[in-house]
Design a protein around this ligand. Structure first.
Ligand code: FMN
Length: 356
């Protein structure tokens, strides 16, 4: 299954070492100004090879819009976007042609489909996430028109946690660090892992500002449920928290409840969602990424014929996938919120009458 969303629905295609990747975004209302420079700038934030904290694979990730726009505006028809792969080095993968990388999707893809696209992991590679960022950029353009903002940053690397969440300083940081006072320790942890041929995990924190009350379609398309689905479906994500998340299970109701005053909620432990519906507060998520599975230390594994082997990987990999992953989380969050906005328009008879 390669599609996501309901009223705003996108599908992606392409493999890591194929000709191109891309997406088809359906449901964008006509008349949205399509700022191509903005879409490209979002892709540039995710693209690999920008620093020593990322994979050395250098991709321009230049996006081409093939359909769905006319004279700079959306036409209400499907928007197709294409990004060519230009920097594949399939030779890097020839030594793992028949070998399953521990922690990667090689093992399960092979056993499920019986075909092994060993070049960069094929469709299982996070190369596909560039297409999500292109679709998410269009969702962001929709949200901008309603003053809804989606921002992200890195709150944790290798267990080194941010104490403050400054989304403006995160924009200036090469690792999108939310807490400038923790940035150098977080960078050092990434480089230490990289230099010892290993990798580290991290946490991305997402904030959605100015979302109206009422987003989310209970019971089976709740806002928190769909956001969690969007994030968990992303490569290497192992947990998602909404608001205080895991902490909520170990505190008392009086500590967890957000008391309500005439001018709004006094606190925001809920992360802006109650009963699967946005409550007008900031929507907050923490997305937990595991360490990159492709590491260069010698490891034990088996071949496609189940022969036990020791191997050392070659190639180019992110030492901490949470960094670039954070930008993809933003895109996914924007797509979910835009979808929920469109769905919510049919929630009440009075709303429908207002439109017609
Ligand atoms: N895994 C690698 O082995 N090497 C990489 O360079 C790499 N880069 C990634 C970049 C991003 C932005 C993201 C989100 C993930 C990346 N991953 C990378 C993670 C793998 O794609 C992922 O762990 C793998 O497909 C197994 O899936 P799972 O971890 O979700 O179970």
């Amino acid at each position: 299954m390669n599609s996501f969303g309901s009223r705003l629905r996108y599908s992606t295609f392409g493999e890591s070492h194929g000709v191109a990747i891309g997406c088809l975004l359906d449901g964008v209302p006509a008349g949205l100004k399509i700022d191509e420079a903005f879409i490209q700038s979002e892709l540039d934030r995710r693209k690999p090879g920008k620093s020593e904290f990322e994979t050395a694979r250098k991709e321009d990730d230049k996006v081409e819009i093939l359909s769905g726009t006319f004279e700079g505006y959306s036409t209400g028809t499907p928007i197709a976007m294409l990004i060519y792969n230009t920097n594949q080095k399939s030779k890097d993968y020839s030594n793992i042609k028949d070998i399953f990388r521990p922690g990667h999707a090689d093992f399960t893809y092979f056993h499920k489909y019986g075909i092994r696209d060993y070049r960069g992991g094929g469709r299982s590679s996070a190369r596909e996430t560039a297409a999500r960022v292109a679709a998410g950029a269009i969702a962001k353009l929709m949200l901008n028109e309603l003053s809804i903002e989606v921002k992200s940053g890195i709150s944790e690397v290798a267990g080194i946690k941010a104490d403050i969440f400054d989304y403006e300083s995160a924009k200036e940081s090469i690792i999108y660090a939310l807490d400038a006072s923790k940035e150098s320790a977080q960078k050092a942890a990434i480089l230490k892992a990289k230099n010892s041929h290993d990798s580290v995990g991290g946490v991305s924190r997402i904030i959605i500002k100015n979302a109206p009350i009422g987003l989310g379609q209970p019971l089976y398309y709740k806002l928190d449920g769909v956001l969690a689905d969007a994030m968990m479906g992303l490569n290497a994500v192992k947990a998602v928290e909404i608001g205080d998340g895991i902490l909520s299970a170990s505190i008392e109701g009086s500590q967890n409840n957000d008391e309500i005053r005439a001018d709004g909620f006094k606190t925001n432990h809920s992360g802006g969602v109650l009963g699967g519906i946005s409550n007008g507060e900031d929507i907050i998520l923490n997305v937990y990424f595991k360490p990159t599975p492709s590491i260069f230390k010698e490891q034990e594994t088996v071949t496609t014929t189940n022969k036990e082997v020791n191997f050392s990987l070659k190639g180019r990999h992110d030492p901490c996938v949470a960094i670039r992953g954070s930008i993809v989380c933003e895109a996914m969050a924007a797509l979910v919120i835009a979808d929920m906005l469109l769905l919510n328009m049919g929630s009440t008879m009075s709303g429908i009458k207002k439109y017609y």
